[in-house]
Design a protein around this ligand. Structure first.
Ligand code: ARG
Length: 483
């Protein structure tokens, strides 16, 4: 075999090349061992493209039928694990196309008419990501439902609310959990927003400038479900932009990073709450691990790992956005580096959301139709912690304001009362009336209702406040929104 015939079969562009790639360079440039994950999108994109080529009389109906037949077989081969992925064929696109030609001959070679791997890969990534966004959005709803269900059981459960991790004011535990529901609802909305810009068709842009074949891009867009809510085809309107920008992937990663940051906040609270010092909640044993040396330990590994994994997802965002920076138009091979961070982001999100929904809400028992094994709440420990920290001091100040004191003076008066309570080792509500009256004569017996934990909670009955009545309204709103 002559030098320049080295492996024509294996390389789509080989005629021009006079020496083979070294194994190291092959391995360095190949993406097949990770981008084979795009195979379903690649097959779907090719079938839509082929059907359009036939409808436009660019290829024959016989060619189309052969391509469809070949793709059916390829699907079966990949699904059963029989498909042989070859490093020499670089990526998912060339592997599938080469196999197609092996199976159906010349029709396979016609598939790539009016197309480039540049618009092909951009289409594949968008199709794949669209599907993953839908899965992630559903998992986000599962997690929100789990949180809402636990919140519903604990509208009246009181725990201390913190600022600066110092006891601040009493809260309903349900209200506390609903704060995370708000965050995850916004995360889901961001995913939905990103989806609209992901779901736009690059095919037809070809390598960078469009193509001389009379393609019907709208037909391909419709076939691939790249349509808006009115069913209008969504098509990239500039060929250079279509093949080169990965801003949709960056946007997705940004939404993913925020979502993981929210998860990390919840994780941190779970870790604190599970500690002996707080003792607020327990999670099921299957989400904890023991220590190899300290027999008494149950560690909140899942929550800690999720907190840690937020780092890698934020890191992927940095990777992707830096990858795009300074790239001249149009396609550059740099973009092949978009896949691994995206794949890992998606995997991390899906696993984390699944685990959290179950860890918090439990698992459905089909026999009872009820969920079991979610977090266990120690309402007594929560109440005691709220009781300890003078959480109703603000309520006493507000009480004095209603009696006519300016707020600043009331604040100062209560500080003295708290000091006395600290010295005596009791809560404000445990100081006798005559002692309280030494701080301000207008204090009456009705103060005890006001400075009780329950009284404090019930008083915060404004929209978005922690009063159980408000929490119940919010639970109803969230349920209506998600049904
Ligand atoms: N594997 C490549 C990627 O992921 C496909 C596009 C290659 N295009 C090219 N002209 N080399 O981006």
């Amino acid at each position: 075999m002559s030098q320049n015939q080295f492996d024509k079969k294996a390389q789509a562009w080989s005629a021009l090349f006079s020496e083979p790639m070294s194994d190291l360079v092959k391995r360095y440039t190949a993406s097949v061992f990770f981008d084979k994950r795009l195979w379903q999108a690649d097959v779907a994109g090719s079938l839509a493209h082929a059907a359009m080529l036939a409808a436009q009389n660019i290829i024959s109906q016989d060619d189309l039928a052969a391509i469809q037949r070949g793709m059916t077989q390829i699907r079966a081969e990949i699904e059963s694990g029989r498909f042989e992925w070859k490093l020499d064929l670089e990526d998912v696109h060339l592997n599938i196309e080469a196999r197609l030609t092996e199976l159906v001959g010349i029709a396979g070679k016609r598939l790539h008419t009016g197309r480039s791997r540049n618009d092909q890969v951009a289409t594949d990534v968008r199709l794949w990501l669209r599907g993953e966004i839908d899965l992630i959005t559903n998992l986000l709803i599962e997690l929100q439902r789990a949180l809402v269900d636990v919140a519903d059981k604990h509208t009246e459960t009181i725990l201390p609310g913190f600022t600066h991790l110092q006891v601040a004011q009493p809260l309903s535990f349900g209200h506390h959990l609903l704060a995370y529901v708000e965050m995850f609802a916004r995360d889901a909305a961001r995913m939905g927003d990103v989806r609209q810009r992901v779901n736009v068709l690059p095919l037809g842009a070809a390598a960078l400038a469009g193509t001389s074949y009379p393609l019907d891009r709208a037909q391909v867009a419709v076939a691939l479900g790249m349509v808006d809510s009115q069913g209008q085809p969504q098509i990239c309107q500039n060929s250079l932009d279509a093949v080169s920008d990965r801003d949709f992937a960056i946007e997705f990663s940004a939404a993913a990073a925020l979502l993981m940051v929210h998860i990390s906040r919840l994780s941190e609270e779970l870790v604190l709450w599970m500690s002996q010092q707080f003792g607020f909640v327990k999670i099921a044993d299957r989400f904890t691990t023991g220590s190899s040396i300290m027999p008494q330990k149950k560690n909140p590994d899942v929550a800690e790992l999720a907190r840690g994994k937020s780092g890698r997802v934020v890191g992927h965002l940095m990777g992707l956005i830096t990858l795009m920076k300074g790239q001249p138009l149009a396609y550059n091979k740099d973009n092949q580096e978009d896949k691994e961070p995206l794949f890992d982001t998606v995997d991390t999100l899906k696993d984390t959301l699944r685990i959290f929904a179950e860890m918090i809400g439990g698992q459905l028992n089909p026999a009872t139709g009820l969920k079991e094994g979610g977090i266990t709440v120690n309402t007594q420990a929560m109440r005691q912690a709220a009781f300890k920290g003078y959480a109703t001091a603000t309520d006493l100040a507000d009480y004095l304001v209603k009696k006519g004191l300016p707020f600043r003076d009331a604040h100062e008066t209560v500080a003295h009362a708290v000091k006395t309570a600290v010295e005596r080792g009791v809560d404000l509500s445990e100081l006798p009336l005559d002692v309280l009256q030494q701080f301000n004569a207008s204090i009456g017996a009705d103060v005890f209702e006001v400075i009780s934990l329950q009284g404090s909670l019930n008083a915060r009955n404004t929209l978005g406040g922690t009063a159980p009545a408000q929490v119940r309204l919010q639970i109803a709103r969230h349920r209506a929104r998600m049904d």
